[in-house]
Design a protein around this ligand. Structure first.
Ligand SMILES: Cc1cc2nc3c(=O)[nH]c(=O)nc-3n(C[C@H](O)[C@H](O)[C@H](O)COP(=O)(O)OP(=O)(O)OC[C@H]3O[C@@H](n4cnc5c(N)ncnc54)[C@H](O)[C@@H]3O)c2cc1C
Length: 402
């Protein structure tokens, strides 16, 4: 399905295409293609973000008043689609898409002026400290305690599954400022400097051997009161706002559809063991078509959410639907990559990174080399940002009113 573009939108698409052709270095495109993790590493991602920032296109999702581009929903979608087709690195969602909307919506003028520009320049690299060893789906039960001491908080507790905490210099946290009363009302949203003696980061390796997530320990870590967003006790309301953005603030369909195109191309070259090409097999084509139809339905849903956002309407529980669908389709697509390469896709290369001068040579092809790690890492899609079971519960309750 092609979106019927107006002449202005076609001109915009051509402008984006020309920009990508001229400004996306092959090195970054290759790095992205050889990244099996869910998040792109900062050596690839931050360089691309600097290029976009110079052009004024990095904060394209933010309102114009705080540095956004003022693009229409269709333009925004065109941009994401062209970036996906060109194989551009994904952007750091934690700073740009999760923290920034919280800051420009709930932050003071001083916080906006201080925090947002440093996200754009990459001077601050943020991670998200929500989950704890005993609080994941039931996030409101979190125990990390922040006790007020004059104009600062002293924070003790532990956060887990913290993506890229080992790269970050800052962490935005949900902390308990009031242990009494209903559990939701005692939570606050606090920004904490990672580069202080009270913060320790311990790596957790994924099934595929990638280092993306960590456990973070806060032992008498200090945060100034001026780094609290909103009032004490506003943390749960802000977290719900942020989680809606986490679940629905990104467009997933463009990358899924770009992957499906790449799989289709590769399958035409891959032998089926009977003297033909895998891509010509009816069963394979049916499977590909089914997944593509699902990705196209997701595309429609994402466009609808973008249109709502442009009208100032919060996307609400629709984002649980997109999170659920995007995660499930992502796993189906990554299984297709694996099945495409058969045995070659099962060989797990332990060395990292799989790009750059010292990358191990692929035994079959680069796509086959990362098929296995990518498949294993993408198990996480139906867990992070709220599991699929939890999303199904939200849909059942708020949409279907069951
Ligand atoms: C790769 C990865 C990256 C992550 N990055 C971050 C990050 O950067 N920052 C951060 O704060 N967190 C992060 N997380 C944590 C993530 O948000 C949690 O893992 C997730 O919310 C689930 O919590 P849990 O792991 O404690 O599982 P649990 O909540 O213990 O769930 C265990 C099982 O019970 C099911 N379950 C729980 N409650 C219900 C219910 N009400 N109805 C039906 N089923 C239910 C779940 O679906 C799951 O199958 C990340 C996780 C992963 C895997």
């Amino acid at each position: 399905m092609d979106l019927a573009l107006s002449p202005q939108d076609e001109a915009f698409r051509d402008e984006v295409r020309a920009f990508l052709a001229e400004n996306l270095p092959a090195r970054l495109r290759e790095g992205m293609a050889a990244s099996p993790g869910v998040f792109v590493e900062p050596d690839i991602g931050q360089e691309w973000q600097a290029i976009l920032n110079k052009k004024g296109w990095l904060a394209y999702q933010w309102p114009k008043a705080v540095g956004g581009t003022g693009w229409t929903p269709v333009q925004r979608y065109i941009f994401e689609k062209e970036c996906a087709l060109a194989g551009a690195p994904t952007l750091t969602a934690l700073s740009l898409k999760l923290l920034a909307p919280v800051v420009y919506t709930f932050g003071t003028a001083e916080q906006k002026a201080r925090i947002l520009p440093r996200i754009l320049t990459g001077e601050d690299y943020w991670c998200q400290g929500f989950s704890e060893p005993d609080s994941g789906s039931d996030l409101a039960s979190l125990k990390t305690r922040a006790v007020r001491d004059g104009d600062r908080y002293i924070v003790n507790g532990s956060k887990i599954w913290t993506t890229h905490a080992h790269h970050a210099n800052k962490i935005f946290c949900l902390v308990r400022t009031d242990p009494n009363g209903p559990k939701q009302s005692g939570i606050s949203f606090l920004l904490i400097d990672m580069k202080q003696p009270g913060v320790t980061v311990r790596p957790i390796l994924t099934l595929a051997g990638d280092h993306e997530v960590n456990q973070v320990f806060l032992d008498n870590a200090v945060a100034p009161v001026s780094d609290r967003i909103g009032d004490e006790g506003d943390g749960w309301m802000i977290a719900k706002f942020l989680l809606e953005n986490e679940r629905g603030g990104s467009c997933h369909a463009p990358r899924l559809l770009a992957d499906l195109e790449a799989i289709e191309r590769a399958a035409r070259e891959e032998p089926d063991g009977d003297g033909g090409a895998l891509g010509d097999k009816a069963a394979w084509r049916r499977r590909l078509a089914k997944i593509r139809l699902e990705a196209l339905s997701l595309e429609m849903l994402e466009l609808r959410i973008l249109a709502d956002l442009a009208k100032g309407r919060p996307p609400g529980p629709q984002t649980s639907l997109t999170k659920y669908l995007a995660s499930t389709i992502r796993q189906d697509v990554d299984l297709l990559w694996m099945d495409l390469y058969g045995d070659a896709g099962l060989q797990l290369e332990a060395a990292r990174p799989l790009y750059g001068r010292n990358a191990p040579p692929p035994p079959h092809s680069r796509d086959a080399q990362i098929a296995g790690p990518r498949y294993l890492n993408s198990r996480a899609w139906t867990i992070f940002g709220g599991t699929n079971e939890v999303q199904a519960g939200i849909i059942a309750k708020t949409v279907l009113e069951l």
